[in-house]
Design a protein around this ligand. Structure first.
Ligand code: HEC
Length: 174
């Protein structure tokens, strides 16, 4: 017959293992769900910004001296960043940017441009700074209409549908 005295060490080991499993769940209840929410937010923002850029270019930009949607949206991105919602950068993928500030930076941005030029629709990484996680996600910008070429002459050589740029988001994971 097995006495309780003999079982005690096993009981202790089982309890410790059980609480380790419980603790790891308590610290991070559903990490994938939080990342999925940030990704969904990025998709919504991407549709919103791109639809608005195309509508403005279609209806308000007639000459190359008109205020480009790209310029107006840099101001909009800054307003969103100042309020702490998210960061957006408009990136060049051709090596000939209008504004050199839009040249992809080392690390995430250069890796993202490489992936998008290789045909990926998006590229993403989860990063951590000061104990806070963020989703960095870049989406492709193709030449969506002839008018784009009015200001970006070299887009005429781009393959239809190919990424000539990107929108790069940094979204807090909450
Ligand atoms: C009226 C001129 C004009 C038109 C039309 C225009 N752009 Fe731009 N674009 C600009 C300017 C100016 C910038 C630089 C904005 C900045 O960063 O201040 C820019 C920036 C960009 C960038 C970032 C890389 C770079 O060159 O600096 C991309 C990508 C881009 N535009 C794509 C497009 C697409 C796609 C279209 C068509 C939907 C388009 N543009 C139409 C003037 C234009």
């Amino acid at each position: 017959m097995i006495r309780f005295q003999q079982l005690r060490p096993w009981l202790a080991v089982t309890l410790v293992m059980g609480s380790v499993v419980l603790m790891s769940h308590a610290a991070d209840p559903a990490p994938d769900a939080a990342v999925a929410r940030a990704r969904k937010q990025a998709q919504m923002l991407d549709d919103l910004y791109k639809t608005a850029i195309v509508l403005i270019t279609e209806n308000y930009v007639e000459e190359d001296s008109d205020l480009a949607a790209g310029d107006a949206f840099q101001a909009l991105f800054k307003a969103m960043s100042d309020k702490g919602y998210h960061e957006v950068r408009l990136l060049d993928a051709t090596g000939e940017p209008y504004d050199t500030d839009n040249t992809p930076r080392k690390g995430f941005e250069q890796k993202a441009i490489k992936a998008l030029k290789g045909g990926a629709a998006t590229y993403e990484e989860v990063v951590e700074a000061d104990g806070k996680r963020s989703l960095r996600i870049a989406t492709a910008v193709p030449v969506v209409m002839k008018k784009c070429v009015m200001c970006h002459g070299h887009y005429a050589d781009a393959k239809p549908g190919a990424a000539i740029g990107a929108l790069s988001y940094t979204i807090p994971i909450e």
